[in-house]
Design a protein around this ligand. Structure first.
Ligand SMILES: [Zn+2]
Ligand SMILES: [Zn+2]
Length: 154
């Protein structure tokens, strides 16, 4: 399988799904763009290349590098935003914060441990203040997997 090389910004905007280094900065948010994994320099997969033609249809951006398994910068940013957000909540104890923090990476891609992560997230968030609940929803709704979205944010 051959892929085009995508260009994606720090905030996860897809700048191009078929061209590397399409532009240096994102037109939507002004952040720097990436076409390679910052950890191992493997190119970021864009659309699948078939007989020289891009397959049309929705392009789903990857969250983790297929070569080294590192979270891409936009994934890292969601994780650190979530952690920062949680630290602002006065109602949550450290154990709950830890529970949620560990669950988030598993919510972004479907794995056998995703259902467990959903349960952990629910349990951890049970005592969070409404504002933080709403903000976490906003932060995560577009990045969690379809299955998680259905069960956490119906
Ligand atoms: Zn952007
Ligand atoms: Zn990598």
């Amino acid at each position: 399988m051959a892929y085009y090389n995508a260009t994606i910004c720090l905030n996860g905007h897809i700048v191009s799904s078929c061209k590397a280094s399409f532009q240096k900065y994102c037109s939507m948010c002004g952040k720097e763009t990436y076409s390679r994994c910052p950890s191992c320099h493997a190119s970021i997969h864009g659309l699948i290349k078939l007989d020289g033609l891009a397959i049309t249809g929705p392009y789903i951006k990857p969250f983790y590098c297929y070569e080294c398994g590192s979270p891409y910068p936009w994934t890292q940013k969601i994780l650190s935003n979530a952690v920062e957000l949680l630290s602002l909540d006065d109602y949550l104890d450290d154990a709950s914060k830890e529970l949620i923090k560990n669950a988030i990476p598993e919510l972004m891609v479907d794995t056998p441990t995703t259902p467990l992560a959903v349960a952990k997230y629910r349990k951890g968030m049970a005592h969070a203040g409404q504002t933080i609940k709403d903000l976490m929803h906003q932060l995560l709704v577009d990045v969690v997997s379809e299955t998680v979205k259905k069960s956490l944010f119906p």
